[in-house]
Design a protein around this ligand. Structure first.
Ligand SMILES: Cc1cc2nc3c(=O)[nH]c(=O)nc-3n(C[C@H](O)[C@H](O)[C@H](O)COP(=O)(O)O)c2cc1C
Length: 435
């Protein structure tokens, strides 16, 4: 296997931002010290649709030797991180502590702002910055634009010049403009080709494709198909694959399918630094890959949850509108969102607000499981199918190192296995991605 390969140096700007010469020099130096995973043929499918990449506006420090070999991709270049690993924004889980742990480990942590007021969002962003070992390390915030309070939280992120803003379920043109003022990056979460096209059209720097395997709101199509479909349809837009990725094998698979990074939700939720309740971590560690339920009765948007008696009941039927509205108001009050912000929408945009209200109504059950550890009673826990591959509760830094090292080891083993295949030489050379 060829060891030193700079994918970054072969790249040129993508999207709307052009890196400064200083940033380009840093990125090039960074790539030069990185041990990349393969020859260009290793990532041929990914790079076939990878004409350009942007050296980051904020690169990680090159003075500190990397703790694990780096894998350079368009996403590490775009965000200025060491490893192509993202912590997605997960309500009550992607807290400042976990976000900073992931960014400190060389990935990109995305702060969940769903349960936060604008004031709390600002405090949380500042808390993340206080925990970073290097102020230039990238991190982001998530904003589900359909939800009450999300626009305000995104506005705070722009004021605080957060490096990455991750949006979903809404138009992000004004956020794009705000990011342009300071060189921030827009990451759009999508579950299908139509939404991906709209996100690219509105100026997203990168897409996050959430497949069917994912915890919470994955789409209809599995990552195995969604990732190459979007990589092929939008070859100039760096792509983060989400849904089913939790180890080095998954990272390799995502890269080969055309992604430039993976987002790991369920895996990161079950780490030492994750605030997920201990009993719930335990339940996920012991659950198999088939022990989840997918449906749209729980919070109004198709979602995947850990299979329990409570989640089977919650997924079984849609709650009646008055019940949903009442419980949504309770949830909004609990989150400090004024009722006048919820009420007009309920009256004028019933379908949209029903979804929002149902989502709010689900809050109680999510908090019970996620924060309270009640998975045997009323709690309902978001969890992905990859729970069946999760068997421990590691620290974040160890996990990131393990994923990267496993990725490299699997590539070496794969190359060896193919060499030993009868007739393997017939297909040898560049044909095998891991040669
Ligand atoms: C416990 C948990 C909570 C989540 N909460 C949210 C959330 O609040 N908002 C959101 O957009 N996605 C949420 N997600 C989904 C993740 O953002 C991500 O799409 C998903 O976890 C990726 O799939 P994976 O779990 O297979 O890695 C959550 C996921 C988990 C595991």
């Amino acid at each position: 296997m060829t060891m030193i390969t700079s994918l970054a140096t072969a790249a040129s700007p993508v999207g709307r931002r052009i890196a400064t010469p200083a940033a380009q020099a840093t990125a090039t130096a960074t790539a030069a010290v990185a041990v990349a995973v393969a020859t260009p043929s290793t990532l041929a499918p990914a790079l076939a649709s990878t004409p350009e990449a942007t050296p980051s506006f904020r690169s990680f420090s090159t003075e500190r030797p990397p703790r694990a070999p780096s894998i350079s991709t368009r996403i590490t270049d775009l965000f200025g991180c060491e490893h192509p690993i993202v912590l997605p924004g997960m309500s009550w889980i992607s807290t400042p502590e976990l976000v900073a742990a992931v960014s400190n480990a060389g990935g990109v942590g995305i702060l969940a702002t769903g349960p936060l007021s604008a004031c709390e969002t600002r405090a949380s962003i500042r808390r993340v910055r206080s925990l970073l070992r290097d102020p230039d390390l990238p991190f982001g915030i998530g904003a589900t634009l359909l939800m009450p309070g999300a626009h305000e939280n995104a506005g705070v992120a722009l004021e605080e010049e957060v490096p990455v803003v991750n949006v979903s379920l809404g138009k992000a043109g004004w956020i794009r403009d705000g990011l342009d003022a300071y060189g921030g990056k827009l990451l759009a979460t999508v579950t299908n080709r139509v939404h991906a096209a709209a996100a690219v059209e509105s100026g997203a720097d990168a897409l996050m494709a959430t497949g069917h395997e994912a915890a919470a709101h994955g789409g209809d199509v599995t990552s195995l198909v969604l990732v190459p479909a979007l990589a092929g349809a939008f070859p100039e837009t760096p792509l983060v694959a989400a849904g089913g990725f939790c180890d080095g094998r998954g990272l390799n698979a995502a890269l080969v399918l055309g992604a430039d990074a993976v987002a790991m939700g369920t895996r990161m939720a079950v780490t030492e630094e994750s605030p997920l309740a201990g009993a719930t971590k335990e339940a996920i560690v012991t659950a198999g890959e088939a022990e989840t339920i997918y449906g749209d009765n729980f919070d109004g948007i198709p979602a995947r949850v850990l299979a329990t008696d409570a989640s089977a009941k919650a997924m079984g039927s849609r709650p009646l509108p008055p019940v949903v509205a009442y419980r949504a108001f309770c949830a909004a009050r609990g989150m400090g969102i004024p009722l006048w912000k919820v009420l007009p929408g309920l009256l004028t945009q019933w379908n949209k607000m029903y979804a929002v209200a149902q989502f709010g109504a689900a809050t109680e059950a999510i908090v019970a499981a996620t924060v309270g550890g009640d998975v045997a009673g009323k709690g309902v826990q978001f969890a992905g199918q990859c729970q069946g591959l999760i068997h421990d509760v590691p620290g974040v830094e160890d996990l990131v190192r393990r994923v990267v090292e496993e990725s490299l080891a699997v590539q070496r083993a794969q190359a060896e296995r193919h060499r030993r295949w009868p007739g393997g030489t017939h297909h040898g050379g560049d044909y095998y991605p891991f040669e």
